[in-house]
Design a protein around this ligand. Structure first.
Ligand code: ADP
Ligand code: MG
Length: 478
């Protein structure tokens, strides 16, 4: 069994990796379009250079597959020209566990009971290979931070608790801190962010992040290699132990037993434990009651599917991270259609970028529709400013043209202000775009209108009722 080594990354090594990768990028950049370069090469992070082996980190398995399918020759040639004939490139997929090698004779809790992804070594052909990189920064993914974790009502408690614990591991009553929620809602991201933050502020020296599947595999190997004591004492020496997806402990009695003792040892020493699960702890089947009651003695915080605003903010952030500007209507369109899972939201974004770059297409609604057709059964077109104008005008019984005209008739002014206010609230359009839809008015007029409506809302019940009724009609038209 390979126990996570403690040595961190050697700074010289990191510097060399950065320099070498920079030289590779300079070669690559000249040979592909700028969009492809931004989409597929900028997100790659150099990790280390050891002799002729350069290791880089890619954001996902999908990303790796894409690189291999479309750019393997380019990358191979570049590596050969920069590092030489013996140069090799190793990949590390950020969001996944490192490759595992199953032991020959699994015993009791067998590896065959683990998921395919935990067992299959990751695409091992040169120059694309992964290796066990557990030693790197305690297994924490440096890309998952609080800074790029978007706040929303859906994750408010979980995020606040994660932050509190990261600032004072073991020192709050949130011990253990348990996150639960469906897949793709940010549990893993938040746990890494917590770990990275605690590592950066020096509040926890020894930190380990591990999934329960990996913990199980390592435990089985430690039993086979007669190294259970080393295994146990490693995890029991942590200041902060983060275990992801504890639902996979279900039915693994011996592993659970070992984890129970690890949990108790850490807890008694006042060390911090952070866990995640896809259901609330009390609904975890196949887990020992003793463990479940331990999990419930701290704080359990849920992550819910994101609301529209949060989905839009996430898409904006992700496109920013990829140095790309997505038109607001495309962001609205994706956000309106992909509602339940943030991973899927990101997947759509990547697919759109990929197709734009490979098919040389403009990033617009047509392309977004083509991509989303594969993911979503019933594509919804997001609310447009024109629809809002139509509904508001029907409500006040005035012709839509008047909203764009110069008239200052009182009822038109009120309708115009309300339509602007709702457009600002319910679409992702900029003030400038909203102004354009109202006869080319200035963005300051839109600000003024929104302010006027907000003032009315505080003082005027009639106004409030108009707006509530209009919103209900909009909801019905969705
Ligand atoms: P889970 O562990 O709950 O299945 P992940 O943490 O792996 O979900 O999140 C899936 C993807 O969505 C990740 O790429 C993550 O960065 C992103 N993500 C989830 N929540 C947020 C958020 N609030 N802000 C930004 N990105 C998020
Ligand atoms: Mg996860």
């Amino acid at each position: 069994m390979v126990l996570p080594a403690e040595a961190g990354q050697n700074p010289d090594n990191q510097l060399l990796a950065n320099q070498t990768w920079e030289r590779c990028l300079a070669v690559i950049k000249d040979q592909i379009s700028s969009l492809s370069y931004k989409t597929w090469f900028q997100p790659i992070v150099p990790v280390r250079l050891y002799e002729h082996d350069l290791t880089v980190q890619v954001p996902s398995q999908f990303f790796y597959d894409w690189l291999e399918e479309h750019y393997s020759t380019l990358i191979r040639n570049t590596i050969t020209s920069i590092i030489g004939e013996s140069g090799k490139l190793y990949y590390y997929v950020a969001s996944e566990e490192p490759a595992l090698t199953p032991p020959e004779q699994p015993e009791h809790e067998t590896l065959s009971s683990l998921s395919e992804s935990a067992r299959t070594p990751f695409a091992p052909h040169v120059p694309f290979r992964t290796e066990n990189l557990q030693s790197i920064r305690n297994n924490l993914n440096p890309r998952y931070l609080f800074d790029n974790f978007i706040k929303g009502d859906c994750n408010q408690l979980a995020r606040a608790a994660a932050m509190a614990v990261a600032n004072n591991p073991g020192g709050t009553s949130f011990n253990p801190l348990v996150f639960y929620g469906g897949t793709g809602l940010g549990k893993t991201h938040l746990m890494h962010a917590l770990g990275n933050h605690a590592a950066a502020n020096g509040k926890a020296k020894r930190i380990a992040y591990i999934s329960s599947e990996k913990f199980t595999v390592d435990f089985i190997e430690s039993v086979q290699g007669d190294k259970v004591t080393e295994f146990s004492s490693y995890y029991r020496s942590m200041d902060l132990l983060i275990v992801d997806d504890i639902q996979f402990f279900a039915g693994k009695e011996k592993t659970q037993d070992n984890f129970f003792h690890t949990f108790n040892a850490l807890y008694q020493l006042g060390k911090q434990i952070v866990l995640s699960s896809d259901v609330p702890p009390k609904e975890l089947h196949g887990l020992d009651d003793r463990l479940i009651s331990r999990f419930q003695c701290g704080l359990t915080a849920d992550l819910q599917p994101p609301d529209l605003e949060t989905r839009i903010a996430i898409l904006q952030k992700k496109s920013e991270e990829n140095s790309l500007e997505l038109p607001p209507n495309v962001i609205d369109f994706i956000a309106a259609n992909v509602t339940k899972n943030i991973r899927e939201l990101e997947g759509c974004l990547i697919s759109i970028l990929a197709r734009a770059s490979l098919e040389n297409r403009e990033i617009g609604i047509d392309l977004a529709k083509d991509v989303l057709r594969v993911v979503v059964n019933d594509i919804r077109t997001p609310l447009t400013i024109e629809q809002i104008q139509k509904i508001v005008c029907e409500y006040f019984d005035i012709p839509v043209d008047l909203l764009r005209a110069k008239t200052r008739r009182q009822e038109v002014v009120v309708a115009r202000q309300i339509a602007m206010y709702i457009a600002k609230d319910l679409t992702n359009s900029s003030l400038k775009t909203i102004g354009m839809h109202f006869g080319g008015r200035d963005h300051s007029t839109v600000i003024h209108a929104c302010q006027a409506v907000e003032d009315f809302l505080k003082t005027d019940n009639n106004h409030k009722q108009h707006i509530e009724q209009i919103r209900r009609t909009i909801d019905l038209n969705k």
